[in-house]
Design a protein around this ligand. Sequence first.
Ligand code: CA
Length: 142
Amino acid sequence: MQRTMTKHLTRSQAPRRGFTLLEVIIAVTIVALLATLVVPRLTRFLQGAHEDKATAEVNSLANAVRLYITQNTTGNLDDDFTLEMLVEGDDPYLDNSADLIDPWGTPYDIVIPGEQNIEFDVICYGPDQRQGGEDDIIHGKR
Ligand SMILES: [Ca+2]
């Protein structure tokens, strides 16, 4: 008799296994709420970081172009100048041709003469990866 009672107590005190449907629904709801709050903020943060990086890089490229002008021209860039020329030669102005690609994977561009600046514009086409629009980033602008 005592033996059966001990066995019965042990069964009722055994830990439950798994979750109830209600617990799973509550957990999924909490995760979904957190995701709707965090994902847009994270997306905006990453977008801002890409824009800051592109702004720094167009300014850096513009400085490399100015150095190129100083060392290789009589004062003005030829119309056939391209940014790729900055990574060519034995003593290139940029270490890596990857420096010519913006954070969205599009090559930076140069317009001679510039519309924003007198001599030239170094342009990042921005998240839409197309020329024009409010997302374009031009050196010396902002
Ligand atoms: Ca654009």
